[in-house]
Design a protein around this ligand. Structure first.
Ligand code: B12
Ligand code: SF4
Length: 497
């Protein structure tokens, strides 16, 4: 069968700082192709809707599968699915991914028959089964773990047995030079581990993976890395190097194989402090950048997010990263209840530290604990605003003023990194990249004003909402929040978290 996999368009944040390959869809694509199907992948972060319809008309896929990792992409995918069924009524259309796993029923209802099913949870094993059953009707589909149709859900989603078994089919992504992160341009992505044993209240990574934590084998990682042509690699792991021996073993094996890349990863402050040695090792190997989810500057905020670290640990981790020569980007979550003084305090702190500081807006998502426990009422049910850049809870300041303060803070921080000294370095770097034909970073430098724009963000709230989210119903805890349920190794992985 001809199977077309589609990643939706980029959201605000990605327009500016990065654009990364759709790794989940590449893994699903590899598995579907291994089952004997003809597979193509279209990434709408790079291509336009017109390209999708051209592909639909010319290639005439039997199956179209959308990746829905982000809630804000739900309306776009619903519209594309409806247009697909109008143009090719016999085409089987389904979706899978992180966010849609938490809202499968309501998305199927909005689809009004345009989506034949949704796969909850990991897609590598389920997707080939869905493609095979796509002509066999609803009952066959609902026999597949994780599948939900309008008639109801089948068995609960199952974890894939072995992370090594389904390497991403990177050859499916076209125009790979468009993927970059900052001046790591171009950049590929890789996954060394999957899941997170912590349980921060604002995050859905742990609920999706049931607090499990699994590792790819060193051999598989090295093999995959050897096949990556890009000079830069983004490690997509939620928390890199929780188990230092895994990271050390991979570093040794990469070195033995003579693989040299520049790396970017994400981790936690306490993991960095506890396992400094593995980060030092990777800094020697080419780890230039890391992202630390600091989230709040005070103890009270960290407790509210159940981050399980103290401000002291966070600040200490920044010192360690500086000592290791790793450039750190951090994120702080702004609460819609913030007043002028809170924004001023954040800007003052951020200007005083050398790190790159990002600000996002606290957002209860389906799949997070705060979706069920937040006592403030949502001010909108528009999926498109659930992108951590918009306020979906009541703001203490008038909404327009909140966005002005948010964008002012973001642009102060942006200017800090493009100040005169930095600008000189940036110009040299951009020129070097341009000479190699890489202009993603250069373009990004001029886009800040059009992407982070208080008026645009305010106006986004005035758009008519065609698809409304179902508001949270009652409190949920523990297992009820999980997509796949717990695994045997959860307890071991959680120890020390
Ligand atoms: C890497 C990453 C990114 C990359 C995206 C790369 C890309 N093009 O896909 C970047 C850095 C750009 C990014 C940005 C953002 N991200 Co992000 N991101 C992640 C992260 C850390 C890992 C995703 C990943 O690659 N995992 C590895 C691959 C193999 O897994 P996967 O993509 O989930 O795919 C599997 C399944 O989901 C499923 N699947 C996926 N697609 C499909 C399709 C079909 C048909 C099927 C059957 C199955 C299926 O099968 C795959 C294999 O098992 C996740 C956290 C997480 N643990 O998932 C957050 C996460 C998904 N991101 C999140 C957020 C909030 C954002 C931002 C909104 C943040 C911001 N500040 O603006 C932006 C917006 C993104 C956008 N659309 O533009 C949230 C989810 C948000 C939500 N509920 O909507 C997450 C869960 C992080 C969190 N801690 O809460 N992100
Ligand atoms: S440590 Fe990071 S990935 Fe894990 S639950 Fe907290 S925010 Fe999510």
């Amino acid at each position: 069968m001809r199977v077309l996999l589609v990643h939706p368009s980029a959201l605000m944040h990605s327009e500016l700082y990065l654009r990364l390959e759709p790794l989940g869809l590449e893994r699903v694509g590899g598995a579907v192709r291994a089952a004997g199907h003809d597979v193509r992948l279209l990434d709408l972060q790079i291509f336009r809707h017109a390209d999708y319809f051209t592909e639909l008309g010319r290639w005439r896929p039997d199956v179209v599968a959308f990746s829905l990792n982000y809630l804000a992409n739900v309306p776009e995918v619903l519209d594309l699915a409806k247009a697909t069924k109008t143009q090719r009524p016999d085409c089987f259309v389904f979706a899978g991914g992180h966010s849609v796993s938490f809202v499968a029923d309501e998305v199927l209802a909005h689809g009004d028959g345009a989506l034949d099913c949704i796969v909850r949870g990991e897609g590598e094993e389920a997707a080939p089964l869905v493609v095979a059953a796509s002509r066999d009707g609803d009952t066959a589909l609902r026999g597949i773990p994780g599948v939900v149709t309008r008639a109801g859900a089948g068995p609960r989603a199952r974890f894939i047995e072995d992370l090594d078994r389904h390497p991403p089919a990177r050859d499916l992504t076209r125009k790979r030079r468009k993927y970059f992160i900052g001046h790591m341009d171009p950049s590929a992505s890789i996954e060394l581990t999957r899941g997170c044993p912590w349980d921060c209240s604002f995050c859905s990574a742990w609920t999706f993976y049931g607090r499990s934590y699994r590792k790819a084998s060193t051999e598989a990682v090295v093999e995959e890395m050897a096949g990556i042509r890009e000079p830069n690699v983004f490690l997509v792991d939620d928390v890199a190097f929780i188990h230092p021996e895994h990271g050390l073993e991979i570093a040794d094996a990469l070195e033995r194989r003579g693989i040299r890349k520049h790396y970017y990863l994400e981790t936690r402050a306490d993991v960095l402090l506890r396992n400094e040695e593995v980060f030092r090792r990777w800094a020697r190997l080419g780890l230039d950048y890391m992202f630390l989810g600091i989230e709040a500057l005070d103890d009270e905020g960290l407790k509210a997010f159940r981050k399980r670290v103290s401000p002291h640990t966070n600040f200490k981790a920044l010192e360690v990263a500086r000592k290791l020569g790793i450039v750190v980007a951090i994120n702080i979550i702004a609460d819609p209840a913030w007043d002028e003084a809170r924004f001023r305090h954040l800007a003052e702190w951020a200007l005083a530290v050398p790190e790159i500081v990002h600000v996002t807006v606290q957002t209860p998502y389906p799949g997070t604990e705060i979706w069920h426990t937040e006592s403030r009422e949502l001010t909108t049910l528009d999926y498109r605003l659930f992108d951590v850049q918009h306020a979906v809870l009541p703001t203490a300041m008038p909404l327009a003023r909140f966005y002005e303060r948010l964008v002012e803070t973001q642009s102060v921080l942006n200017r800090k990194h493009l100040g005169f000294a930095a600008l000189r370095e940036v110009s040299i770097l951009s020129a070097k990249l341009a000479l190699r034909g890489q202009t993603n970073f250069l373009r990004m430098l001029w886009k800040f004003g059009s992407v982070y724009n208080a008026e645009r963000q305010y106006r986004d709230h005035q758009r008519p909402t065609r698809y409304k989210m179902t508001p949270p119903a009652g409190r949920r805890t523990g297992d009820e929040l999980f997509v796949h349920g717990r695994t045997r190794d959860t307890a071991a992985a959680t120890a020390g978290a």
